[in-house]
Design a protein around this ligand. Structure first.
Ligand SMILES: [Zn+2]
Ligand SMILES: [Zn+2]
Length: 353
């Protein structure tokens, strides 16, 4: 089969003749139909490498079951599937309490074991989520970032008349805004700094007067004006920088909530004044990581993946609006370079094998 392999840091190669993956009894062979490039793939390829190399990267993918490791599962053949990329150990304390996203000994499709930038991938049966007919493969390849956004949203206790600030309009920030609006929260406000990101935000339903370009003036004064001088009820930090985290402590009202979503670009430090704000305003600060997925558990309907799939199937959510590039499998490197060099505008780059 055709596949991209990260052979070593900075050395990613397209091969025409990689052997199809062999299947364990609990795995199926998925013919990949769409695979998104994640922001984390860029440092994985060009800076830090993966946990094991060579490896086929790509963890945001969907496809059709073509073969099963165990003949007992043959009714899965031909089914359209989304894929939860984390493979939990199912033995550690987090796994035993079904918080698989916090597993301390996990494997991961596309970073610890072969993933989706290939014609085929071996996927454990447990990691498959069946797609309703009206959900496209491209939408399903965005289940993972959408579930990450929903997981962040559900970390905070939000009311429909709360004022909610989202700082950062990359993929996760945009998807988070989509889900907040879908939840009926009208007072969603976005802080961004790129004109093309603003365009998609308006396209997904954010009112223009709810967007502020941080370079254009005093964001703090703007937030004050929007919240009748009180500050916001909640703040989502989707950038991962010191300035944008610390700005949140000032922008929320007393008793407000903050959710830290963005992966930190470097050390995060707190000056005394911000520390005081946390104490005096009795702020509630939550972290968020990954997304909840319960596999074949009877409670699975409650996980983030089912939440997302339900909204998608109902036609309430349109993540495909964030797709700025569609590439063939052989063009993956072009997409990685767009994201690394930032010479072109992009939000989600999708590879369609
Ligand atoms: Zn990702
Ligand atoms: Zn575990």
């Amino acid at each position: 089969m055709k596949a991209w392999k990260l052979d070593s840091v900075g050395n990613i190669n397209f091969y025409e003749n990689v052997p199809e993956p062999a299947l364990a009894p609990d795995q199926v062979l998925v013919k990949v139909k769409a695979c998104g490039i994640c922001g984390s793939d860029v440092p994985r390829v060009y800076k830090n490498g993966a946990h094991k190399m060579p490896i086929i990267i790509g963890h945001e993918f969907s496809g059709v079951v073509e073969k099963t490791g165990d003949p007992v599962d043959k009714e899965l053949i031909g089914k359209r599937m989304g894929i939860f990329p984390l493979i939990p150990c199912k033995k550690c304390p987090a796994c035993l309490s079904k918080k698989y996203e916090m597993c301390s000994n996990y494997s991961y499709l596309g970073s610890r074991t072969d993933g989706g930038f290939a014609e085929y991938a071996a996927v454990p049966k447990w990691n498959l989520i069946e797609l309703p007919d009206n959900v496209s493969f491209e939408q399903a390849a965005m289940l993972e970032p959408m579930a990450v956004a929903v997981h962040a949203m559900r970390q905070l206790e939000l009311d429909s008349d709360d004022s909610v600030l989202v700082c950062g309009a990359g993929t996760i920030g945009q998807l988070l805004i989509m889900f907040l609006l879908d939840r009926g929260i009208k007072k969603v406000y976005a802080l961004g700094n790129k004109e093309f990101q603003k365009k998609t935000l308006l396209d997904i339903g954010l009112p223009e007067e709810h967007y502020f370009d941080i370079k254009s003036g005093d964001a703090k004064a703007w937030v004050k004006e929007k919240t009748s001088g009180l500050g916001a009820d909640a703040y989502f930090e989707c950038v991962g920088r010191n300035e944008t985290a610390e700005q949140g402590f000032g922008m929320v009202k007393a008793g407000g909530q903050l959710c830290l979503v963005g992966n930190p670009a470097g050390d995060m430090t707190l000056i005394q004044g911000d520390y005081w704000k946390i104490l005096r305003k009795q702020l509630r600060i939550r972290g968020t990581w990954n997304s909840s997925y319960l596999g074949d558990d009877p409670e699975a309907e409650k996980d983030d993946w089912h939440y997302v799939l339900k909204s998608l199937a109902a036609g309430n959510i349109h993540p495909e609006k964030l797709i700025t590039h569609e590439l063939q499998l052989s063009e993956l490197e072009k997409g990685l370079l767009v994201m690394r060099d930032k010479k072109e505008d992009y939000i989600k780059i999708m590879v369609l094998p």
